[in-house]
Design a protein around this ligand. Sequence first.
Ligand code: NAP
Length: 490
Amino acid sequence: MVSRVIPVDSFDLVIFGATGDLAARKVLPGLYRRFYSGQMPADARIIGAARADLDAAGFRDFAARAIRDHVGPAKQDKAQIAAFLEALDYVALDATGTQGWEELAPKLRAGVVRAFYFSVAPALFGDIAERLHQHGIATADSRIVVEKPFGRDLETAKALNATLATHFAESQIYRIDHYLGKETVQNLMAVRFANILFEPLWNSQYVDHVQITVAETVGVGGRGSYYDKSGAMRDMVQNHLMQLLCLIAMEPPYHFDPDAVRDEKLKVIRALQPVPQADIVRGQYLGTRGRGKDSVSSYLEDVENPDSRTESYIALKVHVANWRWQGTPFYLRTGKRLRARTSEIAITFKQPPHSIFDDAADTWQENVLVIRLQPNEGMNLKVMIKEPGPGGMRLVQVPLDMSFAEALGEEGTDIPDAYERLIMDVIRGNQTLFMRGDEVEAAWAWADPIIRGWEERIEKPQAYDTGSSGPDDALMLMHRDGRRWRSIHD
Ligand code: NAP
């Protein structure tokens, strides 16, 4: 299958925070890959901005290192890298001061798309937005890209939205949730709305329950002090898992159009019921100190806070209170230092109303549609068939397994990183895969009372072993409903 690459219009992209971790790991390598694929026009320009005292040559060196370290060997092409670096420029600039802004303005061209990537701490968003206007740099159709975390509760998210709204219209603001840029997540919409097969069954009459799992093997690493103020609910559930839930639960939008899609997602968030504390399990990983050379530290050691009550794991049962989903629970879980790095959505269907097979009660298993986000993006539908061979009609469950890498050949193994896709969407002016301000606020309005609930109870999360599937109570969360989590494996 030949990939269709449609070049985007020419653009000037300013990256604020261009010398930071996100720029080095995701933004610059992503832009290079789009350049390599022919999607980024040759005259497009990328202007780095940060306080570091670099010139254009110094920033090109930084970008060359980022490409060397974060782009796979297949795209390490000297001539292409050199051509890409030609597009780079740099301004030493202080977001909170006056230095650099006068220099930035004349670097931007008229008549091309103008985008500003705020790859800096959210505390700087207001300063940057204000100065972009003060210096006449932002035009009426300029776009700004902002990163998570988008607030830490409803109040701060509202304040951030208000700050941005002072200078930019909602149609100019691109709030990134990189989960929405993942190919399989978009495929979820294709599977649901481009096939007749699933949608008639996509409701509480036929779906027993849904499981969403985002499991990581890593701990909090160097992000300890940031993470300890956040926790899995704020860092993962309120945004990433929420977006996945929305795409599964939403009604078909009338068109694949930014506001049509986001209106439907918003309705799902507004239909979420409050979650009682009894339906929530929070955990903190234990370390393996003293168990050989590969031993690892515990959460409490990682965050250097022995009294921390922040969760590195959370599992919760969520209900979407609307006509379609009444009675079908959504079980969400995410955590660090778990058995495997895996993200998936599993839709478990109900039993057929009547069985014509005598021994079906012993062998029957539910149909499950699994959408794998990582590793090995793909889909898997578990169906019952006859066990081959003579000796009566015995049933067995088999997977109809589709790995995108296998099904799509070369193209399937070359799935663009979420950031590549999303940055190109910014240039195209397509907001479908970005969160709207009201969506973010609605998600916090749902999450806030849940978080307050455990904060008021001053409850400590349950300890769980590194390399396990999470705390024991999480198993009970499903057991008591007569259900089981899917195993966490590679
Ligand atoms: P980082 O490594 O700390 O980089 C911050 C960048 O901001 C640096 O380039 C820094 O350069 C610049 N900066 C700081 N103060 C400045 C100022 N006053 N004026 C101009 N530039 C300034 O942070 P990061 O990890 O790249 O994260 C950037 C944003 O993305 C944050 O909002 C973060 O939450 C979000 N994010 C990051 C990741 C990730 O994987 N890293 C993932 C999701 C979201 P100078 O010090 O030279 O000015």
